[in-house]
Design a protein around this ligand. Structure first.
Ligand SMILES: [Zn+2]
Length: 207
């Protein structure tokens, strides 16, 4: 199986503009006592997560930086609500998008890194093609052992670590670079067959 990085094209014929946020907000940023960084780098949203049963839900509304212990408390409160093994970095968002969209949108609209959008019809087409809907690089400094912050920059010529690739999905983010979308050959072939635009697609080697 080959793998491909997906990006929004530099120029687009679509005018889509989104003014929306995730219904429940998200995890705050944190101040790490170990590496001294204050950060919130997550690009991941969990649209299916519903915080309405959580008495502490108002604590996820306001973006801010918290102490490490307070961040961990808030993170562990939502842990049972996300899929097993899901990554919960500072800034991870919860709930469906709520807001307004104006202009035109391509079937696969990846302009907002934290909000990749797929037309409902395009998703159904991809699923009908057998696409299953929704890491790793050599030689790099380890992330902070306490907060997990990773200062490593995405390489020009990345190589995917074959042992780290998920087997049950055809589209995913890299857990160590959440701004990078990777699709399988099955996904890319279905996109091309269906004529869904608009994505820049480049193959990424695996070893
Ligand atoms: Zn740290």
């Amino acid at each position: 199986m080959r793998f491909y990085e997906l990006r929004a094209p530099k120029e687009s014929k679509y005018t889509g503009n989104l003014s929306a946020r995730h219904k429940w907000g998200g995890l705050p940023g944190l101040r790490c006592p170990e590496c001294k960084a204050t950060w919130a780098g997550s690009m991941t949203a969990y649209p299916s997560v519903d915080l309405s049963s959580l008495p502490e839900r108002s604590e996820y509304e306001k973006p801010r930086a918290e102490s490490f212990d307070e961040f961990v408390r808030l993170r562990e409160l939502v842990r049972p609500l996300v899929p097993p093994g899901a990554q919960l970095l500072p800034g991870a968002m919860f709930g469906p998008l709520v807001g307004t969209a104006t202009g035109t949108f391509s079937p696969l609209f990846f302009y907002y890194l934290e909000m990749p959008l797929v037309h409902h019809q395009a998703l159904e087409q991809l699923q009908a093609e057998g696409v299953r809907s929704p890491r790793g690089f050599p030689e790099r400094p380890p992330p902070c052992p306490k907060c997990g912050r990773d200062a490593f920059r995405f390489p020009e010529n990345p190589i995917l670590d074959a042992t780290s690739l998920p087997e049950n999905t055809d589209l995913f983010r890299l857990s160590d670079f959440e701004s990078i979308f990777i699709a399988t050959e099955r996904f890319v072939e279905a996109v091309r067959r269906l004529g869904l635009d608009e994505l820049d697609i480049r193959e990424v080697p695996v070893r």
